[in-house]
Design a protein around this ligand. Sequence first.
Ligand SMILES: [Zn+2]
Length: 253
Amino acid sequence: MTLLLLVVAHPDDETFGCGSLLMHAAERGARTVVLCATRGEAGEVTDPDLVPTGGLGELREGELRAAAAYLGVADVELLDLVDSGMDGDAAPETLCGAPLEVVVAAVRRAVDRHRPDVVVTLDGGDGHRDHVRIREAVEEALAGSATPLYVEGLPRSLMHAWVQHHAGGDYAAYTELPDIGTPDEQFTTVVETGHLLERRDAAIALHASQKSPFDGLPDDLHRAFLTREHLIRLNPPWAGGPLETELSGLSGP
Ligand SMILES: [Zn+2]
């Protein structure tokens, strides 16, 4: 059986970032596994009353497991690192504060255990330091490996439309980033997932403690973000040519 391993930094990255890709892979008969580095302890919450005595991490782990189950994910594993937050000092137990080699070794152990046919992580194009860090660790863990590796991102053209929509609103920290999103021409692989849109939205809603970046968008922009998964193939190296419409490693029988 084909196996897709998705490695992310926080609960909700799997759904907000690539929920439709996980469903798509499961539809293709693949087993999907999510490896999540932290429990998203430093995130903001939509409603403080949602947070249980066990803290935000406990709540968000529950949301991760519920959303993953809904997306057909076979297995969820946590690396037990702590969310580094957006800025400030990163404590030694956090994803960004821990030595990179510790994170790399943990990713490598998961790869050795699951022997994935394809590995996906987020490209870090939103500038969140944890997203950048986990991508770095995944790339390092798979260096020299023949396993296909992809990073998923959001096209800059769509992010510019998103920034215009949110100008002056809740997302000031992101909208101040001049290079938000990933230059459209860097994507090598676009997977059509339009038929999964309703289920993607339902999975997003399962992360009830988190404000979805796709909330309240005009319908055309909502669809543009959530009916197509945009990825860059890092391995095997991309040699140019027409874009792929399927992940290497998933394209078996
Ligand atoms: Zn995240």
